[in-house]
Design a protein around this ligand. Sequence first.
Ligand SMILES: [Zn+2]
Length: 338
Amino acid sequence: MRQDLYQRLRCPRCLARLGLTIEAGPPDHVVAGWLDCWSCVEKYPIVNGIPRFVPVMNYADSFGLLWDSFQQAVLDSALGVTQSRDRFFRETTWKPEDLRDKWLLEIGCGAGRFTEIAFQCGANVVAVDYSSAIDACRRNLGDDPRLHYVQGDIYSLPLRPGMFDYVCCFGVLHRLPDARAGFRELPKQLKPGGQLAVDIAPRRFFRRFGPTAWFRLLTTRLPYAQSMRFSRALTSCLLPLQRVLGRMPFIGRWLQHQLPIAPVETLSACRADLVHERACLAMCDRLMTQHHQPGDVESVAQWLKDAGLEQIEACCDTLIVGRGRKPRGQTTQEPRAA
Ligand SMILES: [Zn+2]
């Protein structure tokens, strides 16, 4: 943990400044120690260089285990593709050159697929995840003065509000117990003039009542290892079938998309084992995550409006995407205690 991050951290319960006790590492690269809130007498550990603000066991445990299992299968750099980069800039409409030297907050970074993109553009990135995926993210992307990792909760972010030029949150909101409550915390982190981009899975009849929903009745109740084995076996069955269907003229593409497996045709040039791992990850993600609360365009537009943002856009891409900017004249909410 570096000083740049420490200056931005606040107690997630009362937003007071935190005292720092260093147990290992120099002051600008703390490896182990404690953050103390003098206001509500709470202590938060720093373990492996990452400040931790969540219970050791939490509802996102399966995410952490998933990212641990599939660390490399999500990174553009590992796959040799631009899939995550394309999605990042398509959904945000931000320009790569605008991110240079700016501060970007990514909520729900997972193993770092989008963190990597923002970092490559020259941004100072604070990557936050609730689960132990934050450790996979750090293993994937390593240490750099512009990369900061936090294990924290979207519902009570351990950050001083109003400090970020950009805030993004992808693939997270529909996996929360309460998507709207999670979203409400994001605009608070923007500086005046700062920009927000989020996405959320759309409501789809087939997803709600199709095979995936039936499989989830089983897989969300199984122990993690069994659920993982089931998801892997299902992927091994469906991936070859998906390829065969893809070669059929006219209706092949449509039939492909009816299968309860994520399409991987954009990865056709990648190594077969990595494509298989990526398909397994997507399957596990579909079948094993505890919550699935999709949204709709109207709700996302209303969330952005309720947050007082301007230049609001909400549209349905593959996912529902929402964007907005904090008005330049809007004063930033001050911490409750500083
Ligand atoms: Zn406190």
